[in-house]
Design a protein around this ligand. Structure first.
Ligand SMILES: O=C(O)CCC(=O)C(=O)O
Length: 380
């Protein structure tokens, strides 16, 4: 269902005072390419996305090529190493995804990242007991998750049940989730077949608002997209991956709440490093019900994550023929509610796309991040 939010709902959504916000101040230096440095400000700098932004008459344009959002020390290390933009990003230069070389340089620059990761990203008691219970009840009541699964167009089965909720603004633009596995470029115009949405964020915002308020207060971010997933079979899970960066506000975080049963959340090294199984693991967590995993921008660049499959699925024809009727693989459900801040908006009626130029400065490192435009020459 693609619905436009009514003005009342929009009004209720308006968030007056993000706890922390950042302003970017133009600072030109003589000998390097630092164009912007973030300055922490108490003042509110932007309205929540989609509410006051008029998109219809704005010409489509993308985010700058060669721009990186990362801790300053990584930029310094890039300069010392003499890497150019092509080497910093993966394969194609029109890309927000970092290369393996950048990820290795990151871990050299911040050698305590892995040791500190659990403390940095895992918030076990992020919600109170009553909030946790309330949200679990909400998840259990979501009829949209009770699906008969069917194979994906490529013949593979996604072993989990998922609902995609896009924020829909007053102009009819929705935040964009694109299917497909390999798309990390700069945001581009959305093709109608790419746009994936089950329901409007507005349908659930009343229920998830306490989570959004807590995110805003603790991390200063205002997510505008939500994915709710149920894992209710022993063979359910999600393979190791990084979230596609293309449609994310650069520098923004991914917020994963857990409700219900425990499943293992794995963080592993970048697969391009081709490490063996043993060396690959960075962190394994069994997120508690009511907990939050906060994945800042650099965590999603440097590492991959996934939900462990507790057992593999039988390969027999008998299983394939009966799999959706049988309950012998069913187990207590784990639900996750994942919030993201999308920069790409799409109007399915007019087929127009819009890119929000907002930047966030999230990082695994305590000093946060800055924004820097790399050139294709050595960035000395
Ligand atoms: O369900 C989770 O905890 C993780 C979900 C996830 O990795 C994803 O949606 O990309």
């Amino acid at each position: 269902m693609i619905s436009q939010m009514n003005p009342e709902t929009v009004k209720q959504l308006i968030v007056e005072t993000p706890g922390t916000s950042y302003n970017v101040q133009r600072i030109k230096r003589k000998h390097d390419n630092v164009l912007y440095l973030p300055v922490k400000k108490a003042k509110i700098e932007y309205k929540p996305q989609g509410l006051a932004i008029l998109k219809s008459n704005v010409v489509f344009s993308s985010t700058p090529a060669g721009e990186i959002v990362c801790p300053q020390a990584l930029i310094d290390a890039i300069k010392i190493s003499g890497m150019c933009s092509k080497e910093v990003f993966s394969k194609i230069s029109q890309n927000k995804r970092w290369s393996l070389a950048t990820n290795m340089l990151y871990l050299d620059t911040f050698p305590d990242t892995i040791r500190d990761l659990k403390d940095t990203c895992y918030h076990e008691h992020f919600l109170s007991e009553s909030e946790q219970r309330h949200m679990l009840g909400f998840c259990k009541g979501l009829t949209g998750l009770k699906k008969v699964r069917t194979p994906e167009p490529d013949g593979n089965w996604l072993e989990r049940d998922t609902m995609w909720y896009s924020f829909v603004d007053v102009d009819g633009f929705s935040t964009v989730y694109r299917g497909g596995s390999c798309d990390y470029h700069l945001p581009k115009e959305v093709k109608p077949r790419q746009f994936k949405m089950d329901a409007a964020f507005g349908d659930i915002v009343g229920s998830v608002r306490p989570l959004l308020l807590k995110i805003r207060n603790e991390f200063g971010e205002n997510p505008n997209h939500c994915v709710i997933t149920r894992y209710n079979r022993t063979y359910d899970g999600i393979g190791h991956h990084t979230d596609k960066t293309k449609d994310l506000v650069r520098g923004s975080s991914i917020f994963v709440f857990t409700f219900g049963a425990a499943k293992t959340f794995e963080v592993v090294h970048d697969r391009r490093a081709k490490l063996g199984n043993e060396a690959n693991t960075v962190l394994e967590l069994e997120p508690a019900s009511g907990s939050l995993i906060h994945m800042p921008w650099d965590m999603n660049q440097v590492f991959e994550h996934g939900i462990k499959f507790d057992r593999s699925k039988p390969l027999t024809t008998a299983f394939k023929e009966t799999r959706e009727e049988r309950t012998d693989f069913h187990t207590e459900s784990r639900y996750s509610i994942t919030f993201r801040t999308k920069c790409t908006w799409y109007n399915p009626c007019t087929k127009k796309s819009y890119i929000d130029k907002q930047v966030q400065y999230s990082s695994m490192q305590p000093g946060g991040a800055v924004r820097f435009e790399l050139t294709n020459k050595k960035n000395l």
